[in-house]
Write a protein that binds this ligand. Structure first.
Ligand SMILES: [Zn+2]
Length: 80
C-alpha cells in the first residue's frame, strides 16, 4: 500500500518536467536529467539514489525521495 500510487497525471508531468529542468525543487541549480541538486541527492539513502535511475515508477520514486528529504513536490501549475 503506497499513497503515492494515486498521484495525478499533472503531478507526474511536473516531476518529469523537473527531471528535464536545471532547478532542484529546493531552488538550487541541478543538471538536466538529474533528479535533485547534489546536496539533496547525497542526503538520500543509497538504495533510493539507485532507484532514481529506474524509468519504471520514476514519479513515485521521486515523490518518495522528496518525502524522505522533507521537500515539496514540483509545482503542477494547476491551482488547488
Ligand atoms: Zn535541492
Amino acid at each position: 500500500m503506497n499513497e503515492t500510487e494515486n498521484m495525478s497525471n499533472e503531478q507526474r508531468h511536473a516531476i518529469y518536467k523537473n527531471l528535464a529542468g536545471t532547478t532542484c525543487v529546493c531552488g538550487s541549480a541541478k543538471k538536466a536529467r538529474q533528479s535533485l541538486c547534489r546536496a539533496h541527492y547525497f542526503r538520500l539513502p543509497p538504495g533510493t539514489r539507485q532507484a532514481l535511475y529506474e524509468t519504471e515508477g520514476y514519479p513515485e520514486t521521486f515523490a518518495r525521495a522528496c518525502e524522505t528529504l522533507g521537500l515539496a513536490l514540483p509545482e503542477t501549475g494547476v491551482a488547488g
